[in-house]
Design a binder for this molecule. Structure first.
Ligand code: ZN
Length: 51
């Protein structure tokens, strides 16, 4: 029963982008990066993964 399962495009990207509210640095991370390494500002989840 080979069903040609070549649909391996399951790019369930768990990471989302966070943008520093202070300097605008973009960080891609699975979890909240905490504070910006550049300026110590707060990160804001930029692109919420489509659910
Ligand atoms: Zn920053």
């Amino acid at each position: 029963m080979p069903h040609g399962q070549d649909v391996e495009d399951d790019t369930a990207d768990h990471s989302s982008k966070y943008e520093c509210l202070e300097c605008g640095a973009i960080v891609e991370s699975e979890t909240h990066p905490g504070e910006c390494p550049e300026c110590g500002g707060d990160f804001q989840n930029r692109a919420k993964s489509l659910e």
